[in-house]
Design a protein around this ligand. Sequence first.
Ligand SMILES: [Zn+2]
Length: 82
Amino acid sequence: MLEEIGRGSPDGRTKRRPIHCEECTIQIGDGYQETIPFEFVDDESSPRPKVMRVCWRCWESLNRRKAKRLGQSDGSSPGLIS
Ligand SMILES: [Zn+2]
């Protein structure tokens, strides 16, 4: 069933090239310290959200920053105190 599909590409998959984390610029890819790029959507960026490819550390901290930003949007407590 799968014979003769895409005669142009012998290996079927596109080889992943190492990319750079858009936050800290380390390389991400096979053989590097970080192997999986994460996508972070920066919806603060205007006019439209920007998708960044970052290492997971940056992804984590970006998300933390984002959550903080959202959590602090109003000065008062969000209702967690009893
Ligand atoms: Zn990074």
